[in-house]
Write a protein that binds this ligand. Sequence first.
Ligand code: 1GP
Length: 239
Amino acid sequence: MKQKIYNQLLQAKLENKKMLAILLDPDKVVLENLDFLISKINHSPATHVFIGGSLVTTNILDELIIRLTQKITLPIVLFPGNPSQISTEANAILFLSLISGRNPDYLIEHQVKAAPILKQTQLEIISTGYILIESGNETAVERISKTKPLDRNNIDYVIQTAQAGEMLGNKLIYLEAGSGAKQAVPLEMIKKVAQNIEIPLVVGGGIVNLQGIQKAYDAGADLVVIGTAFENDLNFFNK
Ligand code: 1GP
């Protein structure tokens, strides 16, 4: 299986080039306004577009991605909450395992269900150790996965979890505060985790301004994910 997008991530990490993903939740995208959204993405510093949500109820996924790929050259990466959110129109998928939780459905069950579907696609599969960090309020990931986030003060345990994820063969570690989180992942935690793993580190959830992105990069994040802040203000990156 080709690993084009992942190899680009590795190369960027090697060159210390920071990456940025805009996360689009298909439930919140209004197709009639898509051209405007696309022009805002094309004028932003984004390097990737992630698509997904904890609970996607609309069925516009294929159409959305087809229309995005017509006008956006950035890689389109699925970030699915469950196996129903697979689209052959995307370039890659984050094959997530929620390793902070102890719910077998999100550790392996959904992945087993998704495997035969993915086998029939050309999607690049990027296995990702997904770690939910306590962020001051109950987020959708916590509610839907029925798992508890990791204590934001127990950095050692988060490091241990990230290292286990890497040893299991994951290609990315994703520190997630949850969409719309009150508090983003602590900078000290980003720093320590980045120092203790070799694979690229993705950080997202609750980052609401450009300084927040820069601070996450400075702490050691290789790729930052911005969802809510861009969704609420399409001029977010012009500031
Ligand atoms: C959520 O990490 C992403 O999975 C982005 O979170 O919506 O808070 O930017 P926000």
